[in-house]
Design a protein around this ligand. Structure first.
Ligand code: UGA
Length: 346
């Protein structure tokens, strides 16, 4: 598992080992999230943690050689980077990974690649209804070059196309997973505490709550996202790995269309849940323009709803966790890890 120390990676490591029947080699440049897994499973031989980068091709080659399945999770995936560090974003999401695809094709290893719902881009540009983001029929619609937001989606899409081509023409067994806004404990980082810059919306809101600052609503928080809980997501991936006969050669959306919410309503739900668990009622919300918040070249998609018919059919999977169920656990985790490390408003 390349990128096994990240948000999705470490939840997957834990899920696979709890499920049983898997032996995991988790590789990442930063492995701190994996320490509890190492403590629990490090000695039984089913987990090996390697601190390394995918740029170390010799290590990657040896690992691919000795694995049945290669899960590829490394990415630069914070929207704040897409227009501020676009070259790094393109390299990390395409250039660094193209050699891995070739390697898996040469060795005929099953590559399970974690792509993104962002490849669907901005369907409203072509008047495509956002509730039919379907793996095998929806167009992938990106904005013009000066809208650098789309560097990520474009790099991810090109990698998907390389994987597909290697599958169709060079015998690569593959599965492409498109996650739709997975959230859960230990996501991203908190700016000023264990990272810098702007993380994704959940961590931005958590930092504001803990600091007793207004939650920043980009363009008033009118955009919508459908959030899937990380436990539901992990369950689906375990089913993918257990069903190669139906999942190889497929692109699969993993998300929860029932948890579709406007970002302003997510902010309210988080404020309510935080207060109900003993936190302050907070300093409210503030609206900020996307250009002020993310800088020039940012763009956004209004609505993003997965069609999960294929996941249901292939995996017998149904995401069940509601926002009301997941938020208390996520908020408790942030409070426990960061509560005393976030300073109040200046
Ligand atoms: C994310 C990222 O591109 C990827 O991590 C990933 O592929 C995908 O979507 C996903 O998580 O599956 P996005 O949905 O825009 O993109 O992620 P966020 O940064 O969490 O933003 C969600 C919405 O909240 C956006 O409209 C953003 O403008 C807004 N936002 C963000 C706020 O209103 N306030 C904030 O403080 C931060």
């Amino acid at each position: 598992m390349l990128g096994g120390g990240g948000f999705l990676g470490h939840h997957l490591v834990q899920g696979l080992l709890e499920h049983g029947g898997f032996s995991v080699v988790a590789v990442d440049r930063c492995v701190s999230r994996l320490v509890p897994c190492q403590q629990r499973w490090g000695d039984n031989g089913n987990l090996q943690v390697i601190e390394s980068s995918i740029a170390d091709l010799a290590t990657v080659e040896t690992l691919v050689e000795h694995s049945d399945v290669v899960l590829s999770l490394t990415a630069l995936c914070n929207p704040a980077l897409y227009n501020t560090q676009p070259v790094e974003v393109i390299r990390a999401n395409y250039g660094d990974l193209a050699p891995l695809v070739d390697l898996c094709a040469q060795r005929r290893r099953w590559l399970v690649h974690f792509s993104t719902c962002e490849v669907y881009g901005k369907p409203e540009l072509q008047h495509v209804a956002a509730d039919v983001l379907q793996e095998d029929s929806s167009p992938l619609v990106l904005g013009p070059l000066h809208r650098e937001r789309w560097t990520y989606a474009c790099a991810k899409q090109l990698l998907e196309r390389l994987i597909w081509a290697c599958g169709a023409h060079h015998g690569l067994p593959f599965t492409i997973i498109r996650p739709f806004n997975v959230i859960g404990p230990q996501m991203d980082y908190l700016p000023g505490v264990d990272g810098e810059g702007t993380p994704r919306v959940l961590a931005c809101f958590m930092r504001a709550l803990l600091a007793d600052e207004p939650l920043p609503l980009v363009d008033g928080g009118r955009r919508r996202r459908s959030f899937v809980e990380v436990g539901d997501f992990v369950e689906a991936v375990i089913r993918v790995l257990s069903r190669p006969e139906v999942c190889q050669g497929e692109v699969i959306n993993l998300g929860n269309p029932r948890n579709d919410v406007a970002i302003a309503d997510l902010a309210e739900a988080m404020r309510r849940t935080y207060a109900a668990r003993g936190g302050s009622h907070g300093a409210g919300v503030r609206s900020v323009s996307s250009e002020q918040f993310y800088g020039k070249g940012y763009d956004d998609v209004d609505v993003r709803l997965p069609d999960v018919t294929k996941a249901r059919r292939l995996l017998g999977w149904e995401p069940t966790t509601t926002l009301e169920e997941m938020l208390p656990r996520i908020i408790d985790d942030y409070v426990q890890r960061y509560g005393d490390r976030v300073k109040g408003p200046a």
